[in-house]
Design a protein around this ligand. Sequence first.
Ligand SMILES: [Zn+2]
Length: 218
Amino acid sequence: MKFDLHLHTAWHSPDATTDPWELVQAAIQAGLDGIVITEHDYLWTDGELNQLRAAAPELVILAGVEVTGKGGDVLCYGVANPLALPRGMEWGALTREVHQQGGVCIAAHPYRWGQPFEKVLHEQAAELDGIEVMSKNMDDELRRQAQELLRKYPHFAQLGNSDSHEPETVGYCYTEFTCEIRTIHDLVAAIRQRQGVACQNPARIGRKSHSSITKLLG
Ligand SMILES: [Zn+2]
């Protein structure tokens, strides 16, 4: 199943323009089986999710939260109480709290904006479950560095996401899971078991030449 697990909407991310109804349409057009909405420091309620689910029953629609941590952004899935995850939290405390709530933590776009990723990881004693290895906000160099991290930390799960803030980029990258995912608990288990493989979506690359598509896929 193909999931884009890093998506923002205008409902709760001030920097996003995507209307949630456009989001589900764009996700279906991009060939996705599921989406996970991850607003900045906000977790969608079940009531909000159910409104969208009613509009697109063929799509699995789940929610996580992108916490603005002290060392950088962390995607948290399987969160029960987002109020215990305030902005600016150190990664050590953040990852332990999410684990206590039964969830998993994935570092969003490692090394972006000069983030000293490994320094943060070690100094803050973070217990990360994985990293994003590709998104529309990760260029070739960031993707190469992410692959190095995967080799160095083989227990890390890999995610491919869009980090989309506008409908045109939904599904730009995605994660392909070999197992069935219907609930957030299924997703957490799949990430823990490192079931996903990050993929670039050729249908979403836009006007780039064939050679650059080959390069991105390679
Ligand atoms: Zn984001």
